[in-house]
Write a protein of this length. Structure first.
Length: 305
């Protein structure tokens, strides 16, 4: 749901990287999905109830449709103040008009299917690559260096992490933590906020969607590593156990052990035992082989990328 809202915002922006994508989407976004443009501005600062951080689309949509009226009213008032006059449809949403909410559901479903549904594998690949990269930075250089590298404008001022922004927003975590949400659609400044008492930070992923190739490296990797071994490596963009690989790939336990041993010997993956489980994950070298990105040195603590 978060990526869907950011994609709707990107349709209204002029970022050159998304030029061809925007023209293609403009031709497929039907009038049914158009109402979303009324409530999601180019800044992506639309109503929070439209993009709950649910793990699945249907759960997220159910969350949207069951939003309390008081939250709908306050969020739509925020989005349209002070210089955007709400349209009739928006006012009907506030009044809980049944037809307006049905049209919202249709709009969200249509936009999901036509704007991001066909690209979801690429979106997920970008997310997994980003998570693997940040995890490597965190493990090797610590949380300060990892967070300072989220955007070029990030900097530490003692124990406060600052970003350049058009808004004056300050959030004190108080030990509660923050959820990082990399986006392959968003190229603007980080978006910071709270949802259900949880803090989140949306920031641009290293590689935006138009620059993420269609999954086409499998054949090349298969020629280099063998098809099964290449598939194992692709699975390990995010940490997986040996049991996960046996289950998801339909391989024998001995076969998984053989392939992971070979990948470790080539320094493409690492393994860590946790009780009876063995967790495998890509190294920067393995991630670079999958994404075509050459691993680079991480920033020094306190510095930026």
């Amino acid at each position: 749901m978060v990526e869907l809202v950011l994609a709707i915002a990107m349709l209204q922006r002029s970022d050159a990287v998304f030029g061809l994508w925007r023209r293609r989407m403009g031709q497929t976004l039907t009038r049914t999905a158009g109402p979303l443009l009324e409530v999601v501005p180019a800044t992506a600062k639309g109503p929070l109830f439209l993009d709950p951080p649910n793990p699945g689309f249907e759960d997220g949509l159910d969350h949207v449709l069951s939003t309390p009226t008081a939250l709908v009213r306050s969020e739509l008032r925020r989005v349209h103040a002070p210089d955007r006059r709400p349209g009739l449809w928006t006012r009907q949403l506030v009044d809980r008009d049944r037809d307006a909410w049905r049209s919202l559901e249709r709009a969200v479903r249509t936009a999901h299917a036509r704007v991001i549904g066909g690209s979801w594998d690429r979106i997920r690949a970008g997310f997994d690559a980003e998570r693997a990269w940040r995890t490597q930075l965190l493990a090797g250089h610590g949380i300060r260096a990892m967070l300072a590298g989220l955007t070029p404008t990030a900097r530490w001022r003692e124990m406060t992490l600052e970003f350049d922004s058009t808004d004056d927003v300050e959030i004190t975590l108080g030990g509660a933590g923050v959820t990082l949400l990399p986006s392959v659609f968003w190229t603007g400044r980080p978006l910071l906020g709270r949802y259900d008492q949880s803090s989140f930070l949306v920031y641009p992923a290293v590689t935006p969607l138009p620059l993420i190739d269609e999954p086409s490296t499998a054949d090349a990797l298969a020629m280099l590593l063998g098809r099964t071994r290449a598939t194992v490596l692709e699975q390990l963009i995010r940490p997986r156990t040996s049991t996960d690989l046996v289950r998801d790939l339909g391989l024998a336990k001995s076969s998984v052990s053989e392939h992971t041993k070979a990948l470790r010997a080539a320094r493409l993956i690492t393994a860590q035992r946790d009780g009876k489980a063995v967790w495998h994950s890509c190294t920067p070298l393995g991630l670079g082989l999958l994404t075509g990105v050459t691993p680079v040195a991480a920033p020094t603590p306190g510095g930026g990328l």
